[in-house]
Design a protein around this ligand. Structure first.
Ligand code: GAL
Length: 441
């Protein structure tokens, strides 16, 4: 079996080993920890000056604040290094990833870049031989026991670890404006039936029920992954990414029908708005709900809102008990112009200090297992609890479940579907995307 074929299997093992952690299992039951690397050591001399160019798409409230907090730690340690904050706006890397690909192809890598753990990291960059392993950074900092084995697994390939994770995000969250719900005597919906009942009531009261900002089509894919999970449950959902669940089957069809119905309750200008502009509609009470990853939590807090006071949160309809996860990480590209400075950056990213500064602002939980819980708000504490007790499923929209090529093909199907709401042709397109990715027949 070649390694590409092995990857879907590995994803499954990750879930199994994450569950082992969740259930209090001591060890990585599924995959061994990587052997010490024979690749060049990632160690470096401590930075004494020069530049550090960090590439990401974190420009919105919350995400930019978290990044700045990590820059603050770095600058405190290495005041003579000039940080170049190379951001390309557009949620989920919708614009940044193309810019990064062009730079990497031209042999002009940044010193370090944001990359989703899982297929995005491995299939796009590691297999293509564009990265240096970071295993030795983990070893030198004694981090191998500081991360859940399942997280280490999604960063690993060929016996090495290939990036440093900064967080765990949850994708399947419904955020709502508490005042709007209270004013209309409503409670947060937990099933699709409840969702549509609440949506009808809100529409009757003149409030847009569901805010969507899919000027980057990934946000439509993001909503749809929640609907898929809510329609079929975690086992079938996970099977979508390894070919064991049929894309032509009744469950995918029903998810597409549900999505079509949901679009009747969405703001008319959704195609013109970004994810954070959609969140702002909820903040302003112009819309009541949005289904978005928990970077929306970081956004709400950045504009002065407090969880459980101004905004509430529940798992998206039908998904209680499952945590759709994704993880942001930073890697070390081959040929990084300021390699020593980059290694020091990765050391900040993977440290407890770095993660406990970054995540409370970002709206994510630390990838490390030893984060200081008291620094995290009520929502984030609930996310920590859910991550350690729920079923875990990988996010499609954010690089965990499928290769970048598959995600791009899926996004193309969603572009058409959101415009024409043609369920049959969308289903055909999704089945084709799976086949083109080499995962389905
Ligand atoms: C995701 C990323 C998050 C957040 C979000 C919106 O892909 O993992 O950290 O930045 O996009 O920009």
């Amino acid at each position: 079996m070649n390694k590409r074929k092995l990857w879907p299997l590995l994803s499954l093992l990750v879930i199994v080993s994450m569950l082992a952690v969740a259930c209090g299992g001591e060890e990585a039951t599924a995959t061994p920890k990587p052997e010490p690397t024979e690749a060049p050591a990632a160690t470096a001399a401590p930075p004494t000056g020069g530049e550090l160019e960090i590439f990401s798409w974190w420009t919105a409230g919350g995400e930019a604040d978290g990044l700045n907090a990590m820059y603050g730690i770095y600058s405190g340690k290495y005041p003579d290094v000039e940080i170049i904050n190379a951001t390309v706006a557009g949620g989920a890397g919708s614009n940044a990833q193309a810019v990064l690909a062009t730079r990497m192809q031209a042999g002009d890598p940044p010193d370090s870049f944001q990359v989703h753990a899982g297929h995005e990291l491995i299939d796009s960059w590691v297999v293509a031989d564009k990265m240096e392993p970071v295993t030795s950074i983990f070893e030198e900092n004694d981090w191998l026991d500081s991360y859940p084995p399942g997280v280490i697994d999604v960063l690993s390939y060929d016996g090495d670890i290939w990036s440093v994770p900064v967080n765990i995000h949850r994708s399947n969250v419904l955020w709502y404006n508490k005042a709007v719900f209270a004013d209309n005597g409503l409670t947060a919906p937990t099933t699709f039936d409840e969702f549509f009942a609440v949506a009808d009531a809100l529409q009757g009261a003149g409030v847009t029920p569901l805010a969507l900002g899919d000027n980057g089509i990934w946000a439509a894919t993001h909503l749809f992954e929640s609907v898929l999970l809510g329609s079929m449950g975690p086992e079938a959902y996970r099977g979508l990414w390894d070919g064991s669940t049929d894309w032509n089957g009744a469950e995918v069809n029903s998810a597409l029908e549900t999505y079509t119905q949901m679009m009747e309750y969405v703001n008319e200008d959704h195609a013109a708005l970004s994810w954070d502009q959609a969140a702002q509609l909820v903040a302003d009470g112009d819309a009541a709900m949005t289904i978005m990853g928990d970077w929306a939590e970081g956004y709400f807090k950045s504009i002065g809102m407090t969880p459980d006071v101004e905004f509430g949160y529940v798992p998206s309809p039908g998904t209680a008990g499952t945590f759709i996860m994704l993880s942001d990480s930073f890697g070390l590209p081959k040929g990084a112009p300021d390699r020593d400075n980059a290694v020091a950056w990765l050391t900040v990213c993977g440290s407890k200090e770095g993660q406990d500064a970054f995540n409370p602002l970002k709206g994510s939980i630390p990838a490390r297992t030893d984060g200081d819980r008291s620094l995290y708000d009520a929502y984030l504490q609930s996310a920590m609890d859910d991550f350690s007790s729920n079923e875990i499923a990988p996010s499609l929209a954010h690089g965990a479940a499928a290769s970048t090529g598959w995600v791009t093909a899926f996004n193309d199907v969603m572009t058409l579907f959101v415009a024409d709401l043609d369920v049959d042709s969308a289903q055909e397109g999704m089945a084709q995307a799976c086949a083109d990715a080499g995962v389905c027949e």
